[in-house]
Design a protein around this ligand. Structure first.
Ligand SMILES: Cc1cc2nc3c(=O)[nH]c(=O)nc-3n(C[C@H](O)[C@H](O)[C@H](O)COP(=O)(O)OP(=O)(O)OC[C@H]3O[C@@H](n4cnc5c(N)ncnc54)[C@H](O)[C@@H]3O)c2cc1C
Length: 345
């Protein structure tokens, strides 16, 4: 694009958004500007203006995703820091409405004041944004009971290139937001909530294969979350030398769960950790993501069936790996390069 249309699109946006359009310092083949809208209506307007001048938009979340994506030359970056609003549930509604820039932890913390929580959230929750995870989809904390993120998005508002705004269901998101499909921009979402009064648990095993077999054995239990850590990841979190299964379940289900967990641990040569250690393992579920630390890099993200996790862990054996088990028996494995922030071994 020649200089004149670039200048025109930026001037048109500045007329409406003022200093919320920040021009990129030098044109070195990068983006034209960063724009920070405050509402879905403003995003519609930005999309219409960009389409008029054939300029691409690139949505930016917190940058924790493996496919954060590089903005095309001459595109305009959209940031959602000014769209972190949420509307708390009223009269027992089982959902919360959130803006695309809200962090998952911020949302869950706000719900916890009323004894509620999100049905699922990613382990990158202290940083990852609502829009960023919706655009990627995934399994997270709570997926053992509630499944994939898209199963827990009751609806999402999306602005398409050109400025049309749609409301879609969770399972339709993929067809409108992925780069290979619509490249729509998530401007708001209605997310499933649950009542949250949970007890954490943790089981430790000397061998990875035993940990995986134990996970298969506890599959029938009504847990809310089931996660796993290889020994390298457990060490990085200062949780001992073994391989860990950990998670949480609603307190009201404890009578059906506690003894079964203890039985499964001992039948696979492992042990159940004390409540204090289980709370510690639970408290480390976001490791190494923290608001004040640099974003860690996911070096491998793979989906394996539960009975294939042993093999996958062997391949990744020298790395710190965490897994999230879904009720479909799919496991999302993330190998992390967290050395950047000095918190890993
Ligand atoms: C330590 C760690 C733990 C993680 N844990 C999990 C996990 O438990 N489960 C899981 O599935 N993933 C996990 N991930 C991967 C990643 O965090 C998630 O995919 C995450 O939610 C991405 O959110 P983000 O705000 O960082 O998005 P970004 O990385 O900034 O962006 C991701 C993609 O979304 C697009 N995007 C951003 N905002 C919008 C918007 N409003 N509308 C449309 N597109 C948009 C971007 O253009 C990009 O293509 C983890 C990553 C790390 C580093």
């Amino acid at each position: 694009m020649s200089e004149a249309p670039q200048e025109e699109v930026l001037t048109a946006l500045e007329r409406v958004l003022g200093d919320r359009v920040v021009r990129s310092p030098a044109r070195e083949g990068g983006s034209l500007a960063t724009v920070s809208p405050t509402s879905a209506e403003e995003i519609e307007l930005v999309a219409k203006t960009a389409a008029r001048y054939s300029v691409a938009l690139h949505a930016q979340g917190a940058g924790t995703g493996p496919e954060t994506g590089v903005a095309a030359e001459g595109s305009i970056l959209l940031r959602f820091d000014l769209m972190r609003g949420l509307r708390m549930p009223e009269r027992g509604e089982p959902w919360v409405d959130a803006g695309p820039g809200a962090s998952w932890l911020e949302l869950d913390d706000n719900l916890s004041v009323s004894g509620l929580g999100l049905a699922v959230y990613p382990t990158s929750a202290p940083r990852a944004t609502v829009g960023g995870w919706l655009a990627q989809d995934g399994l997270g904390v709570g997926s053992f009971e509630y499944g994939w993120l898209h199963d827990n998005v009751l609806s999402a508002d999306v602005v398409l290139p050109g400025g049309e705004r749609l409301t879609v269901k969770g399972d339709e998101l993929r067809s409108v937001v992925r780069p290979e499909s619509g490249e729509g921009i998530v401007v708001g979402a209605r997310l499933r909530t649950r009542s949250a009064d949970d007890l954490p648990y943790a089981l430790e095993f000397p061998q990875a294969e035993e940990m995986v077999r134990a996970a298969e054995d506890i599959f029938g239990l009504p847990l809310w979350h089931l996660g796993l850590l290889n020994a390298e990841m457990a060490k990085a979190r200062s949780l001992g030398d073994g391989h860990l299964l950990f998670g949480a379940y609603p307190r009201e289900r404890s009578s059906e769960i506690e003894d079964s967990l203890r039985g499964v641990a001992s039948s696979h040569g492992g042990r159940i950790l004390s409540p204090a250690d289980a709370y510690r393992a639970w408290g480390e579920r976001f490791f190494p993501v923290a608001p004040s630390h640099p974003t860690p890099v996911v070096t491998d993200r793979l989906l394996a069936p539960l009975d294939g996790v042993g093999e996958a862990l062997e391949k990744l054996s020298a790395r710190a790996v965490q897994g999230t088990v879904a009720r479909s028996s799919e496991v999302l494995l993330l190998a992390l390069d967290a050395n950047d922030d000095g918190r890993t071994p």
